[in-house]
Design a protein around this ligand. Sequence first.
Ligand SMILES: [Zn+2]
Length: 319
Amino acid sequence: MLVIYANDYHLHVPKYEIYDGKKTPHAEQPDRIARIIESARTLDIDVREFNDPVPFEIVSKLHEKSYIDYLRNKCSEIRSEEQLMPSVFIKDTYTPLMRHTYEASLKSANLAVQGSKELKTGKQKVIYALCRPPGHHAEKDAMSGYCYFNNAALAANELSMGEKKVAILDIDYHHGNGTQKLFYDRNDVFYVSIHAEPEHAFPYSSGFADEKGANKGKGFNLNIPMPPETTPALYISNLEKALDSIKSFNPDYLVVSLGYDTYEDDPIGGLGIDEDSYKEISRVISGRGYPTLLIQEGGYNIEKLGVLSKNFMQCFTIT
Ligand SMILES: [Zn+2]
């Protein structure tokens, strides 16, 4: 496994979100990535920093120019300690803009795309891109759920180029509404998500089992919503089902939207997954043997992220 991160991941530091009408300390903090990097180093995994300038064209393949321009221009107007809650191109009150949000998001997206390019060379079978901010809630012209650009979708798009078959397995606690929407009409990218039932969990408006894709993409979207009383055993059996459907699709590459917010004591998620079960989840996915790009999404128990990611990384071996 090769672990990669962007040098400026720590620049975006949101202060608060507005939850249930109240200002609440923001859960998506730079330390999340620092903890995973520490874990990778204790496992003697190769960790590489990306430090390249990034052209905005890297995100324009899936995002609207007017949206990209808005993010770039608005962020450049924000003073260093200021936080802005935009009123356009946004779907919630959790996703503020800071002075460095655009820059950090662009680098996060670039990291995912560079991970795809590296995977395509065939030198590595597994690449883990420590993207931050996360991406799977970002739509072509909308930010939400702490996400600005859709890292996993941009990576899958790069891997596919309309020629290769790519499966995205999304195991974040939350449904990846952005990723689903970006590929809903496409049959070259199969989106499969296991997540908390949208009746009880963000993003509330998508992630239902009857959303199966449209037009050419009909049958290439699979949602597996899980109830609040989910146990590790129930989760793993559904993960096997998700992987069986991916096997029928027969992809060239697998992209995993990896969230540790399914952990039982996650402050904003929690789907009954204990820390040891991340070893089993990791073995079950890697056992299928696909060349895999892991993309960091959520996971907000900062004290536990070290052990959760360590358990996952140490068991992710493809033979
Ligand atoms: Zn999440």
